[in-house]
Write a protein that binds this ligand. Structure first.
Ligand SMILES: CC(=O)N[C@@H](CCC[C@H](N)C(=O)O)C(=O)O
Length: 388
């Protein structure tokens, strides 16, 4: 394949898809509000030769169909599009121009790789068709499920699908994956506490929801340490607390925002049932009301055993990147919904940066972009050539 002209060394001009990643990096947007991102992608796709390309939009997402020369099947590549509410603190010259928003989960990288693979197959037709899915709202509330059900996808539904996620902890030149479960089941968690506000000097006339929220956060952590089997894995993270209005007013309301992660659906049910018992105790003990909202729920990312093993063998034989057979992670991804319907897999792409996903200073190594474009293009070409 010929797309890559790699160079991200200081002073050198970036390759086309690194340059695209830098432009996308500057316009991170919330889920289902990826308007500029969608327009940017549409403009780029429109700049390609159109004879075998067809485009459909769905809300802020995009489906692109690239027709093969004598198709017998259809491959799929999915990239997510949304940014995160984080104030960027990287050393980049091409930092986010949207205050308070950042591509801190690599979706700018995932999209630029998607455009690179798309460009390759527009320039180098293969026998089979390919559907590219640029999906909004992966960080929540989830674009995968409604996109799978969208009428615009039905006649372009892939027979096999692939997606990747950047991995800060792995070196550039490595990918990591495994057959079976790769990412956890997730559920968002929003808990609203309502008590009785009052003057800071008269706590006996009020029910303080700041104290109640603090108690509840501590109690929630006992679910993992005392209810979940230690040989199983689960996470409860409360990532945000809001409460009160002023330092000398007892808070009438508080809100906890978090996420639950489990490796099995049964453990998710157990964790939720324990949350409900503990919050019932909080209501009784602190004379307040508690409302729980589980927000968006994602099913586990479960890599198709046979397809993933075949891909891993191909990577090892191909030799352009090093394969790591990893363990599962407690991250979530609504790509799991695609894998429930379509055989395929997700893999981690090594981008070697000391700051993790969702960190304000994350700076993925951009050399991984052209390397991934080449590898995915080569894999799909090989697979198309070998399949009937
Ligand atoms: C790869 C990654 O970081 N994905 C997100 C998915 C978020 C799911 C949902 N909004 C939640 O918070 O539960 C993650 O946080 O793992």
């Amino acid at each position: 394949m010929t797309v890559s002209t790699r160079s991200t060394q200081a002073g050198a001009s970036p390759s086309p898809f690194v340059a695209i990643r830098r432009e996308l990096h500057q316009i991170p947007e919330p889920g289902f509000a990826e308007f500029k991102t969608q327009q940017y992608l549409l403009n780029y796709i429109a700049s390609l030769p159109q004879d075998r390309v067809e485009v459909r939009t769905w809300r802020t997402g995009i489906f692109v169909h690239v027709k093969g020369t004598a198709p017998t099947r259809r491959f799929g590549y999915r990239a997510d599009m949304d940014g995160l509410p984080i104030n960027e603190e990287t050393s980049y010259e091409f930092r986010s121009t949207h205050p308070g928003y950042m591509h801190a989960c690599g979706h700018d990288v995932h999209m630029s790789i998607g455009l690179g693979v798309l460009t390759h197959f527009v320039q180098h037709p293969i026998r089979d068709d390919i559907t590219f899915i640029f999906q909004p709202a992966e960080e929540g509330p989830g674009g995968a499920k409604p996109m799978l059900e969208a009428p615009e996808l039905q006649d372009w539904m892939p027979d096999q699908i692939v997606a990747l996620h950047i991995a800060p902890e792995y070196p550039v030149g490595t990918i990591a994956t495994k057959p079976g479960i790769l990412f956890a089941n997730t559920s968002e968690l929003f808990i609203d506490l309502t008590g009785k506000g009052g003057h800071a000097a008269f706590p006996h006339h009020a029910n303080d929801m700041v104290i109640t929220a603090c108690q509840l956060v501590g109690q929630l952590q006992t679910i993992i340490s005392r209810n979940v089997n230690p040989l199983d894995s689960a996470v409860i993270t409360i990532g945000k607390i809001d409460g009160g209005t002023k330092q000398n007013i007892i808070a009438e309301k508080a809100r906890l925002e978090g996420t639950i992660r489990t490796l099995s659906a049964e453990t998710m049910t157990l964790v939720k049932s324990r949350i409900e018992s503990l919050t019932a105790g909080i209501e009784a003990g602190f004379n307040c009301t508690v409302d729980i909202d589980y927000g968006a729920n994602y099913r586990q990312v479960f890599n198709h055993e046979e397809t993933t093993r075949e891909f891993m063998n191909w990577v090892q034989a191909n030799g352009s990147v090093q394969l790591i057979e990893c363990t599962e992670a407690m991250t979530g991804e609504d790509f799991g919904y695609f894998l429930e319907q379509i055989p395929g897999f997700m893999f981690w792409l090594g981008v070697d940066t000391p700051y993790g996903l969702h960190h304000a200073k994350i700076e993925p190594q951009e050399d991984a972009i052209d390397l991934a474009i080449t590898m995915i293009s080569d894999y799909i070409s090989w697979k198309s050539g070998t399949s009937v």
